[in-house]
Each structure stands twice: as structure tokens, then as C-alpha cells.
Design a protein around this ligand. Structure first.
Ligand code: ZN
Ligand code: ZN
Length: 358
């Protein structure tokens, strides 16, 4: 979907809700609508037509190059006063702001300026982003492929004696070397009993033969994130490890095979959760099955038992499928792949080797 097409869809939504103008402050929403990748700037969108990118000297040339569909507004010493004046000139009766992307303090500062009546809004741009177009899906596919390639290298460096931090650093160096502009999130490496911590930070703990290690990593590629988790045995791990790993694998497989457009996100979650519950580990799978991935590594939709019951999987949604079992004091297993929802099921974008043994 091109920039003008995104703006047209946004305008339709704004008109339906009766908001005259929208102030976009979310960084990835700003990029999605305008193409501008700079870290500072505001968008103003008129529901009847017209769109502006307001930024300062540091980003002026970049804004001109990256956002040709937007008129530029120069911000200097009093940026909010400049925005307010622009809104008044457009004679907007109301200005929507993104409640999820404004601090309380920022809203107080908006109120101190002569803006049209302010209206908190949520989900206008996220509602467009929830379904990816083919250009976005290709970028996410490339981002996933980059991580897959790095995982192949990681398999050759995992060995007893290496610390979690050393492994995380080696992974991050390889992700950047392979072309990632950044990391989707700080790499998670959790070995042995620390595998029970779903979002463990790497420590000085050394990898030990006979234990498992969970690695969760992601790259940013042309703005788009990837997200991959593998748990592997270091050397010969015990039968109990293998057993838990097989249950998680089976749970993930059930979701990958069963997910369909039209199914609710809760139903998708239940596909995997049922397998884990039947095996007796239901209480140890304490998070949702997955989350949307795009310009942000965690975005809509969320797949979980508590997700909005009306939220359904739709074609073009890109989500993770990441069941896990976490046994305190023992360790854990998580397997995570990225998928895109298609007409007849899901297409798996992650192709990293999935094997219990190294
Ligand atoms: Zn992950
Ligand atoms: Zn994830």
C-alpha cells in the first residue's frame, strides 16, 4: 500500500469518527504514514485532505527526501505553538491526539497552547497497520531470513563454558554484521534453570553440558522487525528436557497447522494451549501464544486467552507463534516462529532449524 493509499484509509476512519485533524506522535505510526525515519517530528493529518510533517533543522533535508507526499512545517523555538497555529489556520473544530503515544506531561503542554478542542484517540493508525501489505510482508520475510541465517552460525558457537552474555554478544555482532540496522529487542539467552524466566537477561552464567539454552532474538531490517526463539540441548540433555521440548513442539505445530483467517485470536491461542494443558503443564505456559510483528516487535494483534473475544485473524496479519513451558528451578522451553495469515492458513516466515539437539 502506498503512502497516499494509507492516508486515504486513515482519512475515511477520521471522517467516520468526526475528528477534523489528527496529531500523530507515535514514532512507527509516523514512519508508516509518511516514510520519514527520523526520530523526532509530528504529523498533522486533515480529515478532508492535506498532511504535514513538522520537524526541526536537524531533520529538514531528511524529511524532504523521505516524505515527498507531505508538506513540511518548520519547528524552531516554540514547536507546540507552531503546531497550534497551524491547526487554527485549518479551522479544525477538533484535534485528535494518540493517547497511547503521548505522555501525561505532553498532553498538559498541548492544553497550555491554543489548540482546537483536544480529543484522545486510539488505534487509528494501528488499525491500518494490523494487516500488512505485500511490500511489508516481503520486508518482514527478509528480516526473518536474516535471523535464520544468524541462527545457523549460532548453532556452531554454542558450547559449554561460554557465558550467556558472551553468546548474546556474539549473536548481536552477527545480526549487525548480516545487515540489521538494529535489534528488535535485546537478545535473550537463558540457560539451565534460568530458562524458566521467559524474558531473562543474559548473565555471566556459563553454558553447561546436559542443560538446555533458550535464545530469543530479532533483527530490524529496513524498519521491520523479526522475532525468533529456539531452545536447544547443550550436549546430551536428559529425557525430561526432551519430553518438555517435544510437548512445546507439538503445541506449536498444532497452532501452525490449525490457524485460519476468521478464527478468533483466542481460538488460535487455544490450539497450542490445549496441547500443553493436556500434557499437564497448562499452569506453566503463562503468556499468550503470540503477538503481531511489523515496524514494532510487539504490536496488534495479541494472541492470548484474555484477548478481545471479537478479534479475529485476518489475511495479511503477521504474528508470532511462541508456546513455552517454564518450570521454576528447572528450566524452560520456548519455540517461536513468525507467520503471515493467508487465505487458507498460515505461511511460516521463519525457517531456522528447529531441533532439540545441536
Ligand atoms: Zn521472541
Ligand atoms: Zn515474540
Amino acid at each position: 500500500m502506498t503512502c497516499p493509499a494509507r492516508l486515504n484509509r486513515l482519512r475515511t476512519a477520521l471522517q467516520e469518527s468526526g475528528v477534523d485533524g489528527l496529531l500523530v506522535t507515535g514514532a512507527t505510526n509516523r514512519r508508516y504514514l509518511s516514510g520519514f525515519t527520523g526520530s523526532s517530528g509530528y504529523l498533522l493529518i486533515d480529515s478532508r485532505g492535506g498532511q504535514w510533517l513538522a520537524t526541526d533543522f536537524r531533520y529538514w533535508e531528511q524529511a524532504r527526501l523521505e516524505a515527498p507526499n507531505f508538506e513540511l512545517l518548520r519547528l524552531a523555538t516554540k514547536p507546540l505553538a507552531t503546531l497550534a497555529q497551524h491547526c487554527r489556520e485549518r479551522e479544525w473544530k477538533s484535534l485528535g491526539f494518540e493517547a497511547a503515544h503521548c505522555t501525561y506531561e505532553f498532553v498538559e503542554r498541548l492544553k497550555a497552547e491554543a489548540f482546537p478542542p483536544l480529543q484522545p484517540t486510539s488505534g487509528f493508525v494501528e488499525g491500518l497497520r494490523i494487516q500488512k501489505d505485500e511490500v511489508e510482508i516481503e520486508l518482514i520475510r527478509e528480516s526473518a531470513a536474516l535471523v535464520d541465517r544468524v541462527w545457523e552460525e549460532v548453532l556452531t558457537i554454542i558450547r559449554p563454558g561460554l557465558t550467556e552474555r558472551e553468546l548474546a554478544l556474539a549473536i548481536e555482532f552477527r545480526l549487525r554484521s548480516a545487515g540489521a540496522s538494529g535489534l528488535s529487542f535485546p537478545t535473550i539467552v537463558a540457560s539451565g534453570p534460568r530458562g524458566a524466566l521467559a524474558h531473562a537477561e543474559p548473565t555471566e552464567r556459563q553454558l553447561v553440558a546436559g542443560e538446555m539454552v533458550t535464545v530469543d532474538m530479532g533483527a530490524v531490517w529496513q524498519g521491520y522487525c523479526s522475532d525468533l526463539t529456539r531452545t536447544v540441548a547443550i550436549g546430551r540433555a536428559g529425557k525430561d528436557c526432551r519430553q518438555v521440548w517435544d510437548i512445546v513442539r507439538e503445541a506449536q505445530q498444532a497452532a501452525l497447522q490449525g490457524m485460519q483467517p476468521g478464527m478468533t485470536c483466542r481460538e488460535a491461542d487455544a490450539l497450542a494451549r490445549d496441547v500443553i494443558s493436556k500434557a499437564g503443564y497448562g499452569d506453566l505456559f503463562g503468556h499468550g501464544l503470540g503477538h503481531g510483528v511489523g515496524l514494532d516487535v510487539h504490536e496488534e494483534p495479541r494472541l492470548g486467552p484474555g484477548t478481545d473475544p471479537d478479534l479475529v485473524l485476518q489475511e495479511g496479519m503477521v504474528v508470532t507463534v511462541e508456546p513455552g513451558i517454564y518450570r521454576p528451578g528447572w528450566g524452560g522451553v520456548r519455540l517461536e516462529d513468525l507467520v503471515v495469515v493467508r487465505e487458507d492458513g498460515v505461511e511460516v516466515l521463519s525457517n531456522a532449524l528447529k531441533s532439540f539437539n545441536l
